[in-house]
Design a protein. Sequence first.
Length: 72
Amino acid sequence: MGNMTLSIPDDLLAKMRPHSEIKWSEIARRAFAKEIEVLDMMDQLLEKSTLTEADVERIGNKLKADIRKRLE
């Protein structure tokens, strides 16, 4: 098994310290695994996509513009 060193903000570490009974590394492993599952699913969905970066940018800009219009 590989090792990884994480930096976390001091205020978060201070909140974690009183809970030494919790295996924080296990929580981190689960979070990483869940994120990888999401990324794998996205890769599968996009595997056959013919959209280009320019297409995605154009669609994103159109959606943002439409949302702005609705909120005005």
